[in-house]
Design a protein around this ligand. Structure first.
Ligand SMILES: Cc1cc2nc3c(=O)[nH]c(=O)nc-3n(C[C@H](O)[C@H](O)[C@H](O)COP(=O)(O)OP(=O)(O)OC[C@H]3O[C@@H](n4cnc5c(N)ncnc54)[C@H](O)[C@@H]3O)c2cc1C
Length: 273
């Protein structure tokens, strides 16, 4: 199948992209890597009147270092993160995650901003940004706002993003020298979308501990009691997780809980090593 005919506009800058998006009353769509939008167009699941190409927009390729975070422009690709062209302030977490996304041709095109905007619940950046408590920067014609990764995603393929807004960047917290992280992705084959993700970050110097279940067919699930127990030790967190995952996932129909138990267990075991 081929897409329904659409117009094409190559945006010069963020302002130009926002104007073009606003001019179409919700009927225009931004395109970054095209890895997800391309198939949706071909299957006619998306039928925008106009595509706004973001790839030449320099502002979406900014890298701005602050003492406590790195702002990464939305159009940096997974491959550029994997290769360390984008500095990794997460002590290796982001490079590992990027390298596990799909296969290299997809990573060469797919962008961090596109992945977050698309918000496939099984996608890797969605869970990674949630466990890091990253911020998502969003621009619209009325200005810019910042949302935490956890509140940005409100459902499967659903975010707080409006049709005339863009994800412009992510603010990724800088992990301290003593911070530890683990990311365990269960997939049928290497590089496939996840069936379950267990992700944990413990950064005592910042008094930060967080454990998250990803790929739950909904926004990533924060495990508050497990996160609290992680401050004590990974084994205390493991004990807390057993009960907590069961309770929290009981509200999620059709989820294979065992995958999530194993993903979290392995992530916490890795932290304990
Ligand atoms: C075969 C295959 C395997 C994959 N495996 C994985 C995997 O294992 N893990 C994983 O995490 N991902 C995986 N992906 C997804 C892929 O890595 C991309 O991240 C994803 O397709 C979206 O990025 P993109 O830049 O291509 O976005 P696009 O396809 O260009 O856009 C996706 C959506 O986001 C919107 N959009 C794009 N950029 C912005 C922006 N800056 N602001 C607002 N809206 C925007 C578009 O309008 C569209 O609705 C896979 C994709 C394919 C094709």
């Amino acid at each position: 199948m081929k897409p329904v005919a659409f117009d094409y506009h190559k945006a010069r800058d963020v302002g130009d992209a926002l104007t073009a998006l606003g001019a179409h009353d919700g009927d225009a769509k931004p395109v970054a890597g095209g890895c997800s939008l391309g198939p949706m167009l071909n299957l006619r699941l998306a039928r925008p009147a106009k595509l706004i190409d973001l790839r030449a927009v320099g502002e979406l390729r900014q890298l701005v270092r602050a003492p406590d975070h790195l702002m990464i422009g939305a159009c940096w690709t997974h491959a550029e993160i994997e290769d360390g062209i984008v500095p990794d302030v997460t002590r290796g977490l982001m490079r590992q995650v990027a390298g596990g996304i799909a296969y290299r041709p997809v990573r060469n095109r797919g962008t961090i901003g596109g992945s977050l905007a698309h918000s496939d619940p099984a996608a890797d950046w969605v869970t990674t940004m949630a466990v890091l408590d990253a911020g998502i920067l969003i621009s619209g014609r009325s200005g810019t706002r910042r949302e935490s990764a956890l509140s940005f995603m409100i459902g499967a393929y659903a975010t707080t993003l409006q049709a005339d807004e863009l994800v412009t960047a992510v603010e990724v917290p800088v992990l301290s020298a003593g911070a530890r992280w683990a990311y365990h992705k269960i997939a049928r084959k290497t590089g496939e979308f996840a069936l379950a993700i267990g992700a944990a970050v413990h950064d005592p110097a910042r008094d930060y501990a967080r454990v998250v279940c990803g790929a739950v067919e909904a926004p990533p699930l924060l495990l508050p009691r497990t996160s609290e127990a992680l401050r004590e030790s990974p084994s205390a967190a493991m004990k807390a997780a057993e009960a907590e995952i069961d309770t929290l996932l009981s509200a999620h129909d059709g989820i294979f809980k065992q995958h999530h138990n194993v993903a979290i267990e392995r992530a916490l075991a890795e932290l304990g090593r």
